[in-house]
Design a protein around this ligand. Structure first.
Ligand SMILES: [Zn+2]
Length: 481
């Protein structure tokens, strides 16, 4: 009897292994590497222009009173004098004083337009971080074929990239087939509400539905998949939602010399700990599914095995992705406390304690789902849970990889980056382009810079060669069919 059981078990394991291996070996391999085009149409001064732009301190502060508007006037004058063809030939609209839209009329105005966008503002450099920079953070120094400074990768290289490409094409008397709008926001780092939101609203009011919107987000990674010998370009095809959830506890306070059993702070603390102790359920959404498939095509055997046998192994794939904060954010709606407030004096027990959780919501879930999850986990009537309506964004619809505009951008990437392998991905942050997502079905986030360094951190910098690739990429988007 025992022997028989063992035999059955052995056959079952053998059968299962055969199915797993069959699926793995049947898995389609990656498209063959392609040669890129010879980069052309680049002005030699492009790097100097980016260097100059980085010296202008267009810093966005959460406290808007701290914003130095003179710097935003400065960047406007800089752009006007550096890109005269753009400024004399393309009409400019101004939104909220410092955001701009240039209209480049196409030969056929019946065609839906393209939008190329980027933002001119940057995040601040903390005083304690300044001394850790290898060069002063707003120096725009060019050292060893690299341009250094706050905003180098986020997002002034895109601003300069778009201007350089268009200025050059105007000098060549090029006119695009369809109309192209160049959109530059000035407050992306503080929600984009005055810039990109107003710009998108103008498009909506004028019933202009862009065929394609290209904004910051995806880049080229040459490190993660080194073994494959191919750089991997990730194109953002959708964004997670954004929501702030307030937790408030009110319990009469008193003198700190005679504390009650549980104060408002204690109750709030427990609620925070409960929420942090678990995550909303993990899920593989369509763009992540597509990403996994494309990555598996060039990655190791074990990745292929997992991805080609998701009917059995999706749980293990999610667990693997949970180990890294970046990939974890791709399979979970996240929740993290970002503001905690209570107390006014050291010897007074406060009556009110408040916490704000920032949540990034996976496509397929809503802010109401997040609120329901928080209430269920906290399970304490003394904790009021309420979502903020300001800055609330439900997750966006995603652009399919079979959409002609995805194929167009993908083709431009092939032509710019030699031997590149391309995959879509889900953006876990938030960009200005989210304002366009409700009325354009192809909003894609990408610029061909490699392994961006110092993004929102120390020693932000970009290689001169990357800047040239970016200019070429924008040129291709405009000139190619
Ligand atoms: Zn940015």
């Amino acid at each position: 009897m025992f022997k028989k059981l063992l035999l059955v078990l052995f056959i079952a394991v053998l059968g299962l292994s055969a199915v797993l291996l069959y699926n793995t070996f049947r898995f389609p391999s990656a498209p063959a590497p392609r040669q890129a085009l010879q980069i052309s149409g680049i002005n030699d001064s492009a790097a100097l222009h980016l260097s100059e732009a980085l010296q202008i301190k267009t810093v966005s502060f959460g406290d808007t009173l701290a914003i130095d508007t003179a710097e935003f006037v400065k960047i406007r004058s800089f752009l006007e004098s550096t890109y005269p063809a753009v400024h004399t030939q393309l009409p400019r609209m101004i939104f909220s004083e410092f955001s701009y839209v240039f209209t480049w009329k196409g030969k056929d105005t019946t065609l839906a337009p393209y939008v190329l966008m980027a933002h001119m503002d940057v995040v601040p450099v903390e005083a304690v971080a300044e001394s850790k920079w290898s060069v002063p953070s707003f120096s725009g120094k060019i050292l060893k074929d690299t341009i250094w400074g706050r905003g180098a990768v986020d997002d002034k290289a895109s601003v300069i990239g778009i201007f350089e490409a268009v200025e050059q094409l105007l000098k060549e008397n090029f006119q695009p087939q369809r109309t192209i709008y160049l959109c530059f926001g000035h407050d992306e780092e503080i929600t984009g509400r005055r810039g990109a939101a107003k710009i998108a609203q103008w498009f909506k009011e004028n019933n202009i539905k862009p065929q394609l919107v290209v904004d910051e987000g995806g880049m080229v990674d040459t490190e993660k998949f080194k073994k494959s010998g191919r750089p991997v370009a990730v194109i953002g095809v959708g964004e997670k939602g954004y929501c702030n959830i307030d937790l408030t506890v009110e319990i009469p306070g008193g003198h700190s010399s005679m504390p009650v059993q549980e104060t408002a702070i204690d109750v709030l603390n427990k609620a925070i700990a409960k929420i942090r102790a678990q995550q909303m359920p993990g899920r593989i959404t369509p763009p992540v599914q597509e990403m996994l498939g494309r990555i598996a095509a060039i990655d190791e055997f074990t990745t292929k095995l997992g991805v080609s046998n998701q009917w059995l192994l999706s749980g293990s794939i999610i667990s693997m992705m949970e180990k890294d904060k970046q990939t974890n954010a791709m399979v979970h709606t996240t929740l993290v406390p970002t503001i905690v407030k209570a107390g006014i004096k050291d010897n007074v027990i406060p009556t009110v304690a408040k916490a704000t959780f920032n949540s990034r919501i996976l496509p397929g879930e809503t802010s109401d789902d997040v609120v329901a999850f928080v209430k269920k986990v906290v399970n304490d009537d003394r904790v009021q849970v309420k979502k903020q309506t300001i800055s609330l964004f439900e997750p966006s619809a995603t652009t399919s990889t079979s959409h002609p505009m995805f194929l167009k951008v993908e083709e431009a990437v092939y032509k710019t980056v030699p031997n590149v392998h391309v995959t879509p991905y889900l953006i876990v942050g938030a960009t200005d382009s989210r304002y366009f997502r409700p009325f354009s079905d192809a909003v894609l986030n990408f610029a061909p810079m490699r392994d961006a360094k110092g993004f929102h951190g120390i020693d932000e910098r970009i290689a001169v060669s990357d800047l040239k690739d970016m200019i070429f990429f924008y040129r291709l988007l405009v000139t190619e069919k």
